[in-house]
Design a protein around this ligand. Structure first.
Ligand code: DAH
Length: 336
């Protein structure tokens, strides 16, 4: 009696996975001898047996195709990722002449972080993958609340999210700072990084952008301190005195919630009375403090968050947000 179907399957599958000419397995004597058994069997067993070896043949064919595909892959010319410039660039004057440069968003983000750290804020990078709890629930967004719609982002098949705002770090920052607070200190931190939204793209909307979030908690934090902090930041960033104002806005994680605006400076092409909303802010909602284990009767805080691109666009008169992620050298060179 020749090898059983199972034994042949095992043997040939292994052969295929190692061979550089896997197709030979389909013509092997082992397979042929299985077919040769067929006429020797009693008539009532032939159909089941025939089906079994046909199944086996199909499985082996699939394995052969996969093996051939992977052999072809490994034969391909490797790509040299160290090439010092884009060899496919359409025109020679787009080729770089010297070293690479820092992306304007990185330069400006470093500026922003520098200003806040000099004001006493710790800086932590925001996560690029997070969960529903941190992005919504811990921030006082009830399940199915319509406010969630404003933060439509992508989802992995495991249900994780690339966060739509840097507020996703608030609960962690608050928890980490709780001890300091109870020892008579304060929580003062910013979190910065990439955020992601499911957006129709245009000159002011991108699926990927940067935000900076700030949090301050103490026994007597108040809105006047917040206004002072934000105004100082903007005045240092733009290098001039600015007029600022707030107007009411709704965010579930602050109460009251506000939008912070600056008057567009004349030096940057603004007219008097031309206000630009720069970020969202407010007093941290007691539910958000409580969710992080902080006693909301003893401590209060303010928070803010806004986009980095918007800051930079105003500073340099950039009219289209999409330039930042475009990889266009002509744009990037202006900041070299
Ligand atoms: N996370 C909000 C957004 O992306 C911005 C924001 C508003 C952040 C108010 C805050 C805040 O910390 O207090 O639209």
């Amino acid at each position: 009696m020749s090898d059983s179907v199972d034994q042949v399957q095992k043997k040939l599958t292994q052969l295929i996975s190692q061979s550089t000419s896997p197709r030979e397995a389909l013509r092997s004597s082992e397979l042929k001898s299985l077919y040769a058994e067929l006429p020797k069997l009693p008539v009532n067993e032939r159909s089941a047996y025939g089906q079994k070896i046909n199944n086996l043949k199909q499985k082996l064919e699939t394995a052969v195709n996969e093996r051939e595909e992977s052999l072809a892959q490994s034969d391909r010319e490797p790509i040299d990722v160290t090439a010092p410039f884009d060899i496919n660039a359409p025109s020679p004057d787009l080729l770089p002449t010297g070293q690479g440069t820092t992306h304007p968003l990185n330069t400006e983000l470093a500026n922003v972080i520098d200003i806040f750290t000099r004001m006493g804020f710790a800086a932590v990078e925001s996560r690029q993958i997070d969960d529903d709890y941190h992005m919504f629930t811990s921030l006082n967004f009830p399940e199915n609340h319509p406010a969630r719609d404003g933060y439509d982002t992508f989802r992995t098949s495991e249900g994780l999210v690339p966060p739509a705002h840097t507020s996703t770090m608030q609960n962690r920052i608050l928890k980490a700072g709780k001890k300091d607070l109870e020892n008579g200190g304060q929580i003062a931190a910013i979190s910065y990084g990439r955020v992601f939204r499911n957006e129709d793209l245009d000159a002011t909307h991108e699926h990927t952008f940067y935000q900076v979030e700030g949090i301050f908690v103490s026994s007597d934090a108040n809105l006047a301190q917040m206004m002072g902090t934000l105004r100082s930041f903007f005045e240092v960033y733009y290098g001039q005195k600015l007029k600022t104002k707030t107007q009411p806005a709704y965010f579930p994680f602050v109460e009251p919630g506000l939008e912070f605006a600056i008057e567009k400076p004349a030096a940057l092409g603004g007219k008097p009375g031309e206000w630009l909303e720069m970020l969202g802010c407010g007093m941290i909602h007691p539910n958000v403090l409580r969710e992080a284990g902080i006693d909301s009767a003893k401590y209060r805080g303010f928070a803010w968050g806004g986009g980095v691109e918007r800051l930079v666009m105003l500073k340099y008169g950039i009219e289209d947000l999409r330039h930042f992620e475009s990889g266009k050298l002509a744009f990037l060179r202006k900041f070299a």
